[in-house]
Write a protein that binds this ligand. Structure first.
Ligand SMILES: Cc1ncc(COP(=O)(O)O)c(C=O)c1O
Length: 401
């Protein structure tokens, strides 16, 4: 059976060039970059090269990049570190209802400790209202935390405009750019971001490595205390092989993004058009145009997303029914909930997230085999056949699709 991987927002394969670049740092280049002797010196050069590679991709300077273990750590560091460092300024955070759990659960943790959090709503396309965002800022607000791109729907927020609002009100701006970096251009200067988080495994580097951009002069309490690594910003011996991998993945993304994003978007649009032409009663979740080039989230009315995923899996196709972190839970996605997607439609949502390795043949195969699977599942669905269609509000919504 051929394997078709359409779950690149969950994770990406490590690029072969990245793996080769990493390998020496598991063997002959084994030194600790904090050591002053030859073994340490050999490696510290590689660390600084990677720092510059990451910085270049987002238009930062190398000294503003701190390596962390993952995107979740970066988000925790940005939020907890800001609230602690600015404790004399206020206790109010503004974020959105559709952030990743790395942000939402950190905000909830703070709420339990006396901080107040505003969760901005989104519209049916998953888009923010910037008038509402600006109106939520109070003299107590110390942090605005808004993601660059949504992991479930791919909706892109107008980050430069949000950055301008944050600057105007002198509120610190944290951006979870885990899904954006490597897929769309990210420029921390143009966007006026103070803290920006990257995760390696979303752009062809390994899992368990990430980076946080900290604008020069930004006060931030560290999350990890210990050694003096990363200019006292983040203690812990460096994960040198993964840092080298992240650096190269960022350099390659910078070189290839313009061309590859066009190619990936064409494939994604082909999939979208093919599914909408072949399957009746389906709904796009996410913004029709302001969306990551690789992401397609669709609800297939009358069926369970999980059943569809299992049937696709049996044909070798990997997709997702929400973010990988929340799949396994029967709760409908908080992102689709915030977009007021009707609950049975939220349960029937499926996310296809494409990568540079996908081919048109793969997409054609999905367009060919998915419609009969959907029809088979609908034929088995008590909802589809319930006969009470006219009396039921859900059925009525689905019928109108
Ligand atoms: C938007 C977003 N933020 C944060 C994370 C967490 O990143 P990591 O898996 O590196 O902890 C993810 C992972 O899916 C994500 O999609």
């Amino acid at each position: 059976m051929n394997h078709i991987y359409l779950d690149n927002n969950a994770t990406t394969p490590v690029r072969p060039e990245v793996l080769s670049a990493m390998l020496p740092y598991f063997s002959e280049q084994f030194g600790n970059p904090s050591s002053v002797h030859w073994a340490g010196r050999q490696v510290s050069g590689a660390l600084e090269k990677a720092r510059a590679q990451v910085a270049t991709l987002i238009n930062a300077s190398p000294a503003e990049i701190v390596f962390v273990s993952c995107g979740s750590e970066g988000d925790n560091m940005a939020i907890l570190g800001t609230l602690d460092a600015l404790s004399d300024k206020g206790k109010h955070i503004i974020t959105t209802a559709v952030e990743h759990p790395a942000v939402l659960n950190t905000c909830e943790y703070l709420e339990k400790r006396g901080y107040s959090v505003t969760y901005l709503p989104v519209d049916a396309d998953g888009m923010l209202d910037l008038v509402e965002l600006e109106a939520a800022i109070t003299p107590e607000t110390v942090l605005l935390s808004v993601m660059w791109a949504n992991n479930e729907t791919g909706t892109l927020f107008p980050i430069a405009e949000i950055g301008a609002i944050a600057k105007k009100h002198q509120v610190r701006f944290h951006c979870d750019a885990v899904q954006a970096v490597g897929k769309v251009p990210v420029d921390v200067q143009a966007a006026n971001v103070d803290l920006l988080v990257i995760s390696g495994h979303k752009l062809g580097a390994p899992k368990g490595i990430g980076a946080i951009y900290i604008r020069r002069g930004t006060k931030l309490t560290p999350l990890l205390h210990g050694g003096h690594q990363e200019r006292n910003r983040r203690a812990g011996t460096h994960n040198v092989p993964s840092i080298v991998g992240l650096g190269l993945a960022c350099e390659l993304a910078g070189q290839e993004m313009a061309e590859k994003s066009v190619q990936i978007k064409a494939l994604r649009d082909h999939l979208e058009a093919g599914l909408f032409a072949a399957v009746p009663q389906i709904k796009l979740n996410g913004h029709p145009t302001e969306r990551l080039p690789n992401t397609l989230n669709v609800s297939f009315a009358w069926i369970e997303g999980e059943s569809l995923l299992m049937s696709l899996d049996m044909k070798g196709i990997a997709a997702s029914s929400g973010s990988a972190c929340t799949s396994g839970s029967l709760e409908p996605s908080h992102v689709l909930g915030a977009m007021c997607v009707e609950v049975t439609l939220a349960h029937s949502s499926t996310r296809f997230s494409l990568g540079a390795n996908n081919t048109v043949e793969e997409i054609d195969y999905v367009i060919e085999i998915l419609p009969p699977i959907v029809q088979r599942l609908r034929d088995m669905s008590p909802l589809y056949n319930c006969g009470k269609v006219d009396a039921c509000e859900s059925c009525d919504t689905l019928k109108r699709l």
